[in-house]
Design a protein around this ligand. Structure first.
Ligand SMILES: NC(=O)c1ccc[n+]([C@@H]2O[C@H](COP(=O)([O-])OP(=O)(O)OC[C@H]3O[C@@H](n4cnc5c(N)ncnc54)[C@H](OP(=O)(O)O)[C@@H]3O)[C@@H](O)[C@H]2O)c1
Length: 329
């Protein structure tokens, strides 16, 4: 017997929400039932553009979460707005997929996790890298010991932000490279070494608005592994993630959205993994959320609460070193 599709509400119909709506359309197992925006016309236009003209136009997260038939809420507003919207959706008993970073800081993320645990609702930070077939292949290679113990990760994510994207530099919108793209290499390092870092050090260049335009980050892990990472929002950088192990190397170009990966063991022929058929990366994340909801899980094993909290503690530690606080913190 086929199950009814999962009903979704979207909060913040901006750039990334459009991509997520595309996944909803392709999944065949989802319906977009509500869109919340500060502007009713924008919400209606977004719904229509994404094949959901009948979706309810809402002015806030509470209204969207309360829409009949909504099972899950995707939060795609700027980072500082995630906390309140997610708390509202969780209180309404809805599952939440919350864009990265889950919130601005570990204190707020802890509140979300406590609320989801208390209410027994699903909550996941949208660290979609974890759901990609290439990432799963890399984890399998690591688990099989194909490069021995991983000892050093190098990688980063820097891009030249086009003009006009206020969110990237505005402190009131959680601007800066660490929370926008730095969370990808940080989460990747925690995945590779399977733990929260035991030491965190970073250097940042703060821009005229006071947020970090670029940063270098060094992490040490309890297993002795090290990570040398960077992030930037006004500079396109090398984006290869490279895991150096005792007996070989694994490399993934644009590791956070990888569609392929290369294994180079020192004592065996090299192997290349390529995703086939190639799927829009966000589709894998949606499939994972649906799988968890159908299985009655409250967190995804691919990005569990403990890792979102560890990630937020790590960005907090870096920001403390840089003296970077957001309004209201
Ligand atoms: N997973 C990924 O690959 C990925 C990629 C990019 C971004 N993201 C994450 O997704 C989130 C949104 O990023 P984005 O680039 O899509 O942002 P965006 O387009 O700048 O903003 C998204 C929407 O949020 C609402 N919004 C903007 N400013 C607001 C404010 N001051 N108060 C309340 N709502 C506001 C707007 O919708 P209304 O005006 O219609 O309410 C806007 O369309 C961020 O947390 C970001 O880190 C993830």
């Amino acid at each position: 017997m086929s199950l009814p599709p999962i009903g979704w509400a979207i909060i913040g119909p901006g750039r990334i929400a459009g991509r997520f709506a595309g996944s909803l359309n392709r999944s065949g197992d989802a319906r977009l039932l509500a869109v919340a925006s500060r502007d009713a016309g924008r919400a209606a236009a977004f719904a229509a553009a994404n094949g959901a003209s009948g979706a309810k136009v809402c002015s806030n997260a509470a209204e969207a979460a309360a829409t009949p038939g909504v099972d899950a809420v995707y939060i795609a507003s700027p980072h500082p707005m995630h906390h309140a919207a997610a708390l509202t959706a969780i209180a309404a008993g809805r599952a939440v997929l919350c864009e990265k970073p889950m919130t601005l800081n570990a204190s707020h993320s802890g509140e979300l996790v406590a609320a989801a645990r208390g209410r027994g609702t699903f909550l996941m930070e949208a660290m979609w890298t974890r759901c990609l077939p290439a990432t799963k292949r890399i984890r399998a290679w690591l688990g099989e010991g194909r490069i021995g113990r991983p000892r050093l990760l190098t990688g980063g994510f820097g891009f030249a932000c086009p003009p006009g994207r206020d969110r990237i530099s505005d402190p009131a919108l959680g601007g800066g490279s660490l929370l926008d793209v730095g969370v990808y290499p940080l989460a990747y390092a925690m995945m590779v070494f399977g733990a929260e870092p035991s030491a965190v050090t970073g250097c940042a260049t703060l821009g005229t608005t006071g947020v970090d335009e670029q940063a270098t980050i060094s992490l040490a892990f309890p297993c002795g592994g090290l990570a040398s990472l960077h992030c930037a929002v006004h500079l396109a950088t090398d984006r290869t993630g490279r895991i150096h192990g005792e007996r070989g190397t694994i490399a993934a170009d644009q590791f956070w959205r990888a569609t392929s990966a290369r294994l180079e063991p020192v004592d065996a022929p090299a192997e290349t993994f390529s995703e086939e058929p190639l799927t829009e990366g966000f589709d894998h994340q949606l499939a994972e959320v649906h799988r968890c909801l159908r299985a009655g899980l409250v967190e995804s094993p691919s990005m569990p609460w403990s890792e979102s909290l560890a990630l937020a503690r790590t960005t907090d530690a870096l920001r403390r070193q840089w003296g970077l606080r957001y309004p209201g913190e």
